[in-house]
Design a protein around this ligand. Structure first.
Ligand SMILES: [Zn+2]
Length: 293
């Protein structure tokens, strides 16, 4: 089992260790036990900055994969990065190399916004079970957790021919955990204008950006034409991720359509970041060109 997925710190109690072992043995590999056990950070000494869930609902390694890739000490603690007992936004970075791309700088800005205002205090970090909302552990809640993702994540199968970071991007998009303007505002992060960077007409959410935005709508029209499939009408991310199942193609072609749809979403996201962080506009006719996954 992957011990990165659970709080196996020296101070974690035997109950937590046994719980994690039992659930990980039973669980589908795609399930996310690490998101159900959340740390309430105090000193930050027992919580892994990138790997444990402690701010937001997802480990930071999934929210900021580009930064995690250049982190020197993947298992560093919150205290290692937050600058000691006074905490605050003084981030003590330790990268393999300096940040050098718009994507990395974009993640950096979002990370700082996310952890700003967090103060470390004295005392041991505490762990809680967050599935179901009442923060109390029960067999019923574990059962619900084990059954729920099998249905919910059927649209999130790992695509082996697609780069790892694009697969992770797809997961975050499906879970509405991308750092869109509306998503950041909901986390009380001031992002200025909430309007979509691509059309500048509607507030930017995942659903708008990838389904109803004028730019992405034009792209779906072109893709349905290129792939010779019925017009793509998606009203939600879920609709988008099911396009391949209803396109009337063979199972092999359906997989290709699924990859094309995910790759197109990735290109929309890169174009959006290019506009937000570099001020550059990407024509819908050049989407995907020169954009490395
Ligand atoms: Zn738009």
């Amino acid at each position: 089992m992957d011990t990165d997925q659970s709080p196996f710190r020296k101070r974690a109690s035997g109950v937590w260790k046994n719980l994690c072992k039992a659930v990980c043995k039973l669980a589908d590999p795609n399930q996310s036990i690490e998101r159900k056990i959340k740390s309430k950070v105090k000193s930050g000494e027992d919580t892994l900055f990138w790997i444990d869930t402690w701010v937001g609902e997802t480990p930071l390694k999934f929210c900021f994969p580009a930064l995690y890739a250049i982190e020197k000490h993947k298992r560093c603690c919150v205290k290692d990065r937050m600058g000691g007992a006074t905490g605050g936004i003084q981030f003590c970075a330790d990268w393999f190399r300096p940040l050098n791309s718009a994507g990395e700088w974009g993640e950096w800005n979002n990370l700082i916004a996310m952890i700003s205002g967090i103060q470390l205090v004295s005392g041991e970090d505490q762990w809680s079970w967050v599935h179901g909302g009442d923060r109390s552990f029960s067999v019923k809640s574990v059962k619900e957790m084990l059954l729920q993702p099998a249905v919910e994540d059927s649209q999130l199968k790992w695509l082996p021919l697609v780069p790892k970071n694009v697969n992770i991007f797809g997961w975050r998009m499906r879970k509405q955990r991308l750092a869109t303007k509306l998503g950041l505002r909901l986390r009380n992060i001031n992002v200025g204008s909430l309007f979509c960077p691509l059309c500048d007409e509607v507030e930017e959410s995942e659903e708008h950006l990838f389904t109803s935005c004028l730019v992405s709508s034009a792209i779906w029209a072109m893709i349905s034409d290129w792939c010779s499939i019925p017009p793509i009408f998606a009203f939600s991310i879920s609709d988008l991720l099911q396009v391949h199942q209803t396109c009337g193609k063979s199972p092999k072609s359906q997989k290709l359509v699924q990859m094309v749809v995910l790759a197109a979403c990735w290109c929309v996201w890169l174009a959006r970041n290019n506009k937000v962080f570099n001020g550059n506009t990407t024509s819908k006719f050049t989407f995907g060109h020169g954009q490395k996954p």
